[in-house]
Design a protein around this ligand. Structure first.
Ligand code: FPP
Length: 264
């Protein structure tokens, strides 16, 4: 895909540059995002934190469209972590309504745009109304062949790895597999994203520089990009900036051959 002229705002500031993108391979196949800063975005405006989460939905929609337009194949969004249950009950309840609100507003458009919705996480504690909305979206978009929009919902990487190990141990005890046959591939297949490529690029908004228990197994060689911008303010041009930065990185996967992104 030729992106042609690629305009971007450096570090979200006003310095505008024109960048010519001539080859498709520089666009990451899988972008994962930690959507942080909703609460602070709202508080800065004297609004309740939940106003930031509400605004976040519009950003999800914008970024999904732009990712698809740029040729990204998978977009994974960290919507609710296993640690988010520690928040006040009212905020948790509000967060659990967001998937429904998002899908009520945008499912028709997602279907039209050929987006395939998926979810990864432990559904056991998720309220029935949330599961219903998510399952309906998964069902209605399962034949779509465009961008995969993958929500990490009640997701935690440690829990995911523990569960994967448990399932392998169970199979070994049942003599379905030999312990010595357990390798990286087999463990990967027991993770919650077995059919997805590992993320090429992680974006975290909101200024914190950490991974917060997100896809730790899958992100061994992911390029990391952190920005101060709060998620509700994160724009299409900010996504392009992140992807441009990604395209300039050299990924060596522990080797020495200096490969520019896309030359893999
Ligand atoms: C971080 O902001 C954001 C979250 C904890 C939740 C984000 C979730 C959504 C926008 C829901 C989307 C879900 C679907 C399925 C559409 P924060 O509250 O930690 O912000 P702060 O760091 O400023 O306090």
């Amino acid at each position: 895909m030729m992106l042609g002229k690629f305009s971007f705002l450096k570090n979200g500031k006003s310095e505008k540059k024109e960048q010519v993108f001539s080859d498709a391979h520089r666009v990451p196949e899988h972008v994962a995002i930690i959507m942080d800063g909703n609460g602070r975005w709202a508080q800065r405006r004297g609004l309740p934190r939940i106003a930031g989460h509400r605004e976040a939905l519009k950003t999800i929609k914008k970024i999904t469209n732009e990712a698809q337009r740029l040729g990204v194949k998978v977009l994974t969004l960290y919507a609710f972590s296993t640690e988010n249950w520690k928040r006040p009950k009212t905020e948790v309840e509000f967060l659990m309504k967001l998937p429904e609100q998002f899908l009520n507003s945008y499912l028709v458009e997602l279907i039209e745009n050929n987006v395939q919705v998926r979810v990864m996480g432990d559904m056991a504690r998720i309220p029935a109304h949330t599961i219903r909305a998510v399952n309906q979206a998964i069902e209605k978009t399962k034949k779509n062949s465009g961008l995969v929009l993958n929500f990490a919902l009640n997701y935690g990487s440690h829990a995911e790895i523990v569960e994967a190990v448990r399932s392998l141990v169970r199979d070994a005890l049942d003599h379905k597999i030999e312990p010595d046959s357990i390798d990286e591939q087999l463990l990967s297949e027991r993770m919650l994203s077995p059919l997805l490529p590992d993320p090429d690029l992680l974006i975290r908004t909101g200024g914190e520089i950490r991974l917060s228990n997100f896809m730790l197994w899958q992100m061994a060689y992911t390029e990391l990009y952190f920005t101060e911008i709060y998620w509700p303010d994160f724009s299409e041009s900010d996504l392009r900036t992140a992807i441009f930065e990604f395209s300039t990185r050299q990924r060596r996967y522990g080797g020495i051959k200096e490969e520019r992104n896309g030359d893999k």
